[in-house]
Structures are given as C-alpha cells and as structure tokens.
Design a protein around this ligand. Structure first.
Ligand SMILES: [Fe+2]
Ligand SMILES: [Fe+2]
Length: 150
C-alpha cells in the first residue's frame, strides 16, 4: 500500500517537510517498481532513494548543528544506522534477492517514526534559529540599503 503524505508528518519547517514528502514519493516508487516486476527499475529507484536520503540527512545535520541542537549526536547515529540498513537492502537487491516487501515495510515504519519523533524534536530549536538568521540577513540588507540610499 502506498504511504500517504499527511499533515501528521509535517514538522513545520517547509524545506524539511518537502524533502520528507519527496522521500515518501521514492518509497512509493520502490513499491511501484516491484508491482511492475522490474528489477532494473527497482535498482534505479533504490539508488535515487539512497542518494536523496543521504543528502537529506546531511542537510538536517547541518541545520541541527547550526542551531546547537543538544541531541545531534544521537540523531546522527540514528541516520547512520538507517543508512547502513538501506545499503544492506540495496546490496541484497543487487544480488537478485527480492527484498521489496521487507524493505518498503521497514522504510515506511522507520520514516514515519523518525519524522514524528526524532525530526519533530529538533524542529523547535531549528525553526527559531532559521528565523533569527533570516532576521539578521534582513537587518544587514537593511543597513546596507540605508547606507547606500539613506
Ligand atoms: Fe528527516
Ligand atoms: Fe532525521
């Protein structure tokens, strides 16, 4: 069954929410490839999913670091463990094993749980930090503008 995106999965940071939405789309694509009985398509989507997820993790980790999120170490560990897990599935799929059911089940359960708990946990401090950075940038621009045109 496809995983439906819902407001329940939003953490309130638009850039992160859209990345999570994209990961959900990839997971659904994995299932679709399985329904098409195409191993080639499956491996391709898996590659895309892994690439995208890795860059999402790196992005999140940068935001957490910049915000001084106190549990970043634990969060990074969870990302690393998950990365290793998908790599394992990818390896098995490459050697011809049919891992789709197990894989999509794991992906869905893990993602939903991770977003709802771990990602939501950093959302407050990261959002605050992002807002402060935007304000600083605006203030800087303001002073530059006022110096130039004032
Ligand atoms: Fe995330
Ligand atoms: Fe995360």
């Amino acid at each position: 069954m496809t995983l439906e995106w819902s407001a329940e999965l939003e953490i309130g940071i638009p850039v992160i929410d859209s990345q999570h939405q994209r990961i959900v789309e990839y997971i659904n694509k994995v299932e679709l490839a399985h329904q098409h009985h195409s191993q080639e398509e499956l491996l391709l989507v898996l590659d895309e999913l892994v690439d995208y997820t890795l860059s999402h993790f790196a992005f999140e980790e940068t935001l957490m670091e910049e915000a001084g999120y106190p549990f970043i170490k634990a969060h990074k560990k969870v990302h690393a463990l998950f990365t290793r897990r998908i790599a394992g599935y990818q390896q098995r799929a490459k050697s011809g094993e049919d891992v789709t059911e197990e894989l999509t089940h794991t992906l869905k359960a893990w993602l939903v749980n991770h977003i709802k708990h771990d990602d939501r946990d950093y959302s407050g401090i990261v959002k605050e930090n992002m807002n402060a950075a935007t304000k600083r940038a605006k203030a800087k621009k303001g002073s530059w503008m006022s110096r130039l045109f004032g």
